[in-house]
Design a protein around this ligand. Sequence first.
Ligand code: SF4
Length: 242
Amino acid sequence: MKVMAPDYYPAFRCTAGACRHTCCEGWEIDIDDEALARYQAMDGEFGERLRNCIALQPEPHFELLPGERCPLLRADGLCDLIAEKGEESLCQICRDHPRFRNYWSDRVETGLGMACEEAARLILSADHPIRLIQIGEDAEEPEEPDEEELALRARRDRLLAEVKETGPAARLKEYLIYRHFADTLYDGRPEERIRFIEKACGEILAGWDGRDVPWLIERVRVFSNEVEYDDEALEKRIAGAQ
Ligand code: SF4
């Protein structure tokens, strides 16, 4: 089925060593089965070193160093695994980050999460309303969406079209709608999600002078880290946004 994304999506490039808040710090990174099998078969000194960085229980993951740094993160901010074996050697989570996916019956919608400062910069500096483009095809066969699903998507599209703010504030609201409304399909809570989006927007924009975009990027990055990437915190916000 079709994979859709906002038109800024293909322009995303991880800034790696230049990133001030690397995602290789502070997160526990689980390793998928396919990557684990590759790491276990990797020969040579680097393969040995890589395996020494992995704990297998409770789930295979990289054992963080003090300061919650990934053991493969070098002092210059680059990833040792990429440097040694190339980007294709990464596990699924590292390959995906900061991307998210929302699934509809006939399409996958992907996007960039604002926990990444470069993604936040790209999203907030877009000079036009969010525009979805097809960026590829997924292996899954599409199914015909039922009327309820089509109505939900139409409502989402209306919410996007109704964004009244301008500039980065508009881009922020569109991002929150695009990222968080689609899951209504699974939890049937459109009103709660809309209230959550409104509240989150108000909270993030509180104190913004309307000009200082780096300030807003940092604000949204922290919000995304603390709320969007913490299932419990997100659920509390959505359930409490009444
Ligand atoms: S936070 Fe974004 S820019 Fe920084 S290292 Fe991670 S993916 Fe790259």
